[in-house]
Every structure is written in structure tokens, then in C-alpha cells.
Write a protein that binds this ligand. Structure first.
Ligand code: C2E
Ligand code: MG
Ligand code: MG
Length: 560
């Protein structure tokens, strides 16, 4: 039997095992709780198991030995720790029968491998992975792990809160005082934060200038607020970095984790939402589930909207623009409509901002321009090939103006459907135009070369610089609905409309009054010289079939 007694330096250990025999204590000290005897061992084994660390045979080893006795033909493997504290050893072992080789079926071979060093390296590596080298605090991964561990190890534990803290304008401070001092500032902040915490709280550095704290709370929101205030108090006094005194402020966002919900990642996300808000409001913000639902809802809506655009499930409705002098239909404004998967009609005032935030406004805007041209071509066909004498006015958002080549989109739509440029008008809001007047200038000039017209939408609500207005090739000012509303009994509003009207006349532009709901308004607007009117008085937005009928009808009998 090749029992190796010479392998001093090898951690391979051999040991025989005999069931149910009393054993000399000295030999079996590491296995004192088991009923077995060490038959033979090498020096490495002795060193390991007779050392103070090897006081008790670990339970994993004993179980493996038991299993080996019960199933003598199998090899049992196990991992265990021998001893405690600094002298503890990490072992991996296996035990199996020796019978085949020596003919004695009461003999087993126990092999141990000392993995302490290896495990230590692994642990150190792990520690590096989960900690921040500058402050020695856990990093984001470490924080998540620690909070997770705590949540799992304390089922039914009291509620916890996560507080996220972001240093205000840290990159500016860093630039100002230099990266070395910046590092020192972070370390000092970490130290000050640490000293403000209660025992059991977890502090981590989760980003360049972001710290996270997990703390138990007993009194719900009031307790969190109190805690947040205390933490913010750390920033009441400036930090001393060498000769420098640096004042730092912070934003604080908190999320409460009730014992019922255990998902740490979710909770951190909630705290991030609160932090984002805190950066804006400059206050301590506590996450409200409602706000998250809203943001989830927004995300869901974005996905659905993207699909709707890709699958061509948006629609355009058309609202007539009435020439006040003749009472005829001059054109229609094309307004996007979206029926979501639940069959609800979502208002453009709701989905256009989402499209703008997500960039979907570009494909949406292109779709609207193309679709409007397509409908016009379709109307011509339905009109026995004769051109339907009206134009479509299409809304283009400021974001699309900045990101997309709007003129190219218009050109392509006109070419595709064989429509003259004079039959398309583009509505831009005042803010889109004054936001980047040079860009607006170049896009508008290009649109002019296509013969397309431009309206300034919601005019009067922005802060138009009249000098720009004069320079830009704008055809129509759309007087915002807010001036038309109540104008009949509000002389200030009448004065504004009159001013816009004379401004337009001076600049050679036409006007369209939005939101005309009553005949009195229409008469008054007409008297003020307003060129076109749009509003529920004439018609609500309608689908293209109804709009074409409406146009035909207006040829027979003027609308107004
Ligand atoms: P907008 O361009 O100012 O369009 C006029 C809005 O006023 C439309 O609302 C229209 O239905 C509504 N309206 C018309 N007459 C009246 C009235 O007499 N009384 C009242 N109270 N409202 C009236 P809608 O369709 O909800 O569209 C809202 C906004 O969404 C539009 O305002 C426009 O800014 C935007 N939008 C709509 N479609 C598009 C689109 O295809 N692209 C872009 N970028 N924006 C669009
Ligand atoms: Mg409009
Ligand atoms: Mg408008």
C-alpha cells in the first residue's frame, strides 16, 4: 500500500479509519468527536491536525467519514475549515475506501488539501472587487452584497432605508483644487460620514462623488428624515484639506425598504430616483412609490410607442383651418393620434413629451410628414385626379428640428407622393425657433426653396426676439389659444391679439387664431383682422375621410 510518509511538503495526507474503536487521544485530536482511529498519517497531516488550530474535527469532515462508512464504494468529497480565528485553515478533502489495495475494508483513505493560502488570495481579490481603494469602503457591488446579506440573514427584520448622497458640483471642486486634494476631500468626507452613523449602518462609496448608506429605521419616514438631516449636517462646516478650506454641499435621496420587499437592487433604484429629484429640488427627497410607478409607466409607454411607430399604428387626425374672410377651408392641421394596446386614446400632450425625451420624436416626426403628404395624394385621387385645393400643416418639435434634417424629410415626402411644396406647412413652436435661431434660419430657408411654408405655433407664449422674427421667413403666426380664450370679456387679451395682428401685418405674415370655440370669438377675431381660425367652433380634429367630406362641404357652403 503506497502510503506516503515522506511528503513533508505536500499537503496530501493519508489516514486509515477503523469503526467503533476507542482511539488514543493524541492521534485523533482533530477528530475527537468521531469514533474512529488514525491508522497512519504523514507529517504534513500531523502538523496540520495536531496544531492548536486543529482542536476539533470539523463537522463536514465527520459527515463525510460517516457517509464513506455507509457507502464504502464511493469517494466522498468535502470542504471545511479547521480551527478558528487567524490560525484557521481552509481544507478540501476526500475520503474513500482503501480496501481494493490492501484487502481490509475497514480502512479508508482521507486526503486533505490545505487551501488556506489560495482562499486568502481569493478573498483578497474579492475584497478588491467589492471595495473602493481610495476610502477602503465597500463599493457599489460590495454595498449591494452587504445589504443583501443583511436582508437575508434577518428575515422579518425591522425596516431599513437606503440613503444615496451626491456631492454637489464635485467635478468643479476637483478641477479647482486638483485631483490629489480632491481625493483627500473624498477621504475626509467618508470619515466624517462614518462618524455620523450608528453602529450597524453600512457606508459605501458607490461612485466618484456618491456615497450610499444603509440604516435600520424604527420610525418610518420621520426617522429617515432625521437620519438624512444628521448626515447632511456633516456638510455644515467646511472641510480642511491641507491649507484649504473647502465647502461642500450634497443632495440626498432616500428609499425605505419595508421588511416585506427584499429586492435590494430595486430599492437602490428607488433611492436613485429620489436622489435625482433631490439634485433638482435641493432638498432631502424620500422616494414615493407613486413616482416610481410613474417612471415605470413612462418606460412602458416609451416601449409601446416605439412599437406603435414601427408598426405604423399611429394615426393622423385633421382639424380644419378656416379662412375668416371667406368662411372656406384653407387647410388642415395634422394632429398625431395614438390608441395604445389597451385601446385607450393617448393624448399627444402626453406622448409627444415622451417621444421627445426618448428620441422617438425623430421617427415620429418623419412619419407625420410622410403620412400627411400621403393623405394629400390620396385625396387628390379621390377627387377624380383634381388637386384638392388645400394645404396640410404638420407639427415639428424643437428636438426634431435640432436632430433631424427636417427639410430633407419634407423633400422626400413631397417626392414620394408627388405633392407640390406649397401644400405643406410646417408648424414650429416659438421656443424651437428662438432656441437656435441660426439653425432655424437655415432649415426655414431650405423649406422655402421647396416652396413649403412655415407657421410659428403657440405664438405669444414664448419670448420671441422681434429682431429674429423679422429675419426669419415665417408665413403665419398662430395666436396661442390662451389669448383667444375669454378674449370676449378680457380687454387685455384683446389688446394682445391686436398687437400680434399688427406685428404680423408689419412683417408681412398671416395670423391663425387657435382655439376658437364661440361665434363671438370668431366675430371679434375677424374684426381684428385675423386671417384664419381654428377651433371647436368650426370642427374638432377628425379622421381623413371625414376631413375630406368636410372640405367638399365647405366648397358648397362656406363654414363661417
Ligand atoms: P398644437 O399644435 O397647438 O395643436 C392644437 C391643439 O389644440 C390640438 O390638440 C387641438 O386638438 C387643440 N384644439 C383645437 N381647437 C381647439 C379648441 O377650440 N379648444 C381647445 N380647448 N383645444 C383645441 P392635440 O391634438 O391634443 O395636440 C396637442 C399638441 O400636441 C399640439 O398642439 C402639438 O403641439 C402636439 N402634436 C400633435 N401632433 C403632433 C405631431 O405630429 N408632431 C409633433 N411634434 N407634435 C404634435
Ligand atoms: Mg400645431
Ligand atoms: Mg398650437
Amino acid at each position: 500500500m503506497p502510503i506516503d510518509r515522506t511528503g513533508e511538503d505536500r499537503p496530501l495526507l493519508f489516514v486509515g479509519w477503523i469503526d467503533a474503536l476507542p482511539v488514543p487521544a493524541a492521534l485523533i485530536r482533530p477528530m475527537a468527536r468521531g469514533n474512529f482511529r488514525l491508522h497512519a498519517s504523514n507529517a504534513a497531516f500531523d502538523r496540520l491536525t495536531l496544531s492548536p488550530a486543529g482542536a476539533d474535527a470539523p463537522i463536514e469532515m465527520l459527515r463525510a467519514i460517516e457517509r464513506a462508512v455507509q457507502h464504502p464504494s464511493d469517494i466522498q468529497e468535502f470542504s471545511c475549515q479547521l480551527g478558528e480565528g487567524v490560525s484557521a485553515r481552509d481544507l478540501r478533502g476526500s475520503i474513500g475506501p482503501l480496501s481494493e489495495e490492501c484487502g481490509d475494508d475497514s480502512l479508508f483513505l482521507l486526503t486533505l488539501i490545505d487551501r488556506t493560502q489560495e482562499m486568502m488570495t481569493e478573498r483578497n481579490l474579492r475584497r478588491e472587487l467589492v471595495s473602493d481603494s481610495l476610502t477602503g469602503l465597500p463599493n457599489r457591488a460590495g454595498f449591494e452584497e452587504l445589504v443583501e446579506q443583511r436582508t437575508q440573514s434577518e428575515p422579518g427584520s425591522p425596516d431599513h432605508a437606503i440613503l444615496l448622497l451626491d456631492l454637489a458640483r464635485f467635478s468643479r471642486i476637483n478641477e479647482h483644487i486638483g485631483p490629489m486634494a480632491g481625493d483627500e476631500l473624498i477621504i475626509t468626507v467618508a470619515r466624517r460620514l462614518k462618524s455620523s452613523l450608528r453602529s450597524g449602518d453600512i457606508l459605501a462609496r458607490t461612485g466618484g462623488d456618491e456615497f450610499a448608506i444603509s440604516t435600520r429605521i424604527a420610525g418610518g419616514r420621520a426617522d429617515v428624515r432625521e437620519m438624512a438631516r444628521r448626515i447632511r449636517g456633516c456638510f455644515d462646516h467646511p472641510f480642511r484639506i491641507g491649507e484649504l478650506k473647502v465647502s461642500v454641499d450634497c443632495a440626498l435621496g432616500c428609499a425605505i425598504q419595508y421588511s416585506a420587499e427584499k429586492d435590494v437592487a430595486d430599492q437602490i433604484r428607488h433611492a436613485q430616483i429620489a436622489l435625482k429629484r433631490a439634485k433638482r429640488t435641493d432638498r432631502i427627497e424620500i422616494y414615493e412609490p407613486e413616482a416610481a410607478r410613474l417612471s415605470d409607466n413612462r418606460f412602458g409607454m416609451e416601449t409601446e410607442l416605439r412599437n406603435a411607430i414601427e408598426e405604423d399604428r399611429l394615426r393622423l387626425d385633421f382639424q380644419p383651418l378656416i379662412e375668416m374672410a371667406s368662411g372656406r377651408v384653407a387647410g388642415f392641421e395634422a394632429l398625431a393620434r395614438w390608441t395604445n394596446s389597451e385601446g385607450q386614446l393617448v393624448s399627444p400632450t402626453e406622448f409627444i413629451p415622451i417621444a421627445e425625451d426618448s428620441g422617438l420624436i425623430v421617427p415620429l416626426g418623419q412619419w407625420a410628414i410622410g403620412k400627411a403628404a400621403g393623405v394629400l395624394a390620396d385625396w387628390d385621387r379621390q377627387n377624380e385626379g383634381k388637386t384638392v385645393d388645400c394645404y396640410f400643416s404638420v407639427n415639428v418639435s424643437a428636438i426634431q428640428l435640432a436632430r433631424d434634417d427636417v427639410a430633407a424629410a419634407v423633400r422626400s415626402a413631397l417626392d414620394t407622393h408627388g405633392i407640390g411644396g406649397g401644400r405643406l406647412m410646417i408648424e414650429l413652436t416659438e421656443s424651437a425657433i428662438i432656441g437656435d435661431p441660426d439653425l432655424a434660419m437655415s432649415v426655414l430657408s431650405e423649406l422655402k426653396t421647396l416652396d413649403a411654408r412655415v407657421a410659428m405655433d403657440d405664438f405669444g407664449t414664448g419670448y420671441s426676439n422681434l429682431a429674429y422674427l423679422q429675419r426669419l421667413p415665417i408665413d403665419v403666426l398662430k395666436i396661442d389659444r390662451s389669448f383667444v380664450e375669454h378674449m370676449v370679456d378680457d380687454r387685455d387679451k384683446v389688446a394682445i391679439v391686436r398687437t400680434i395682428q399688427s406685428l404680423a401685418e408689419a412683417l408681412g405674415m398671416k395670423t391663425t387664431a387657435e382655439g376658437v370655440e364661440t361665434a363671438d370669438q370668431a366675430r371679434l377675431l375677424s374684426a381684428l383682422g385675423c386671417d384664419f381660425g381654428q377651433g371647436y367652433l368650426f370642427a374638432r380634429p377628425m379622421d381623413s375621410g371625414a376631413a375630406l367630406d368636410y372640405w367638399r362641404q365647405s366648397r358648397v357652403q362656406p363654414i363661417f
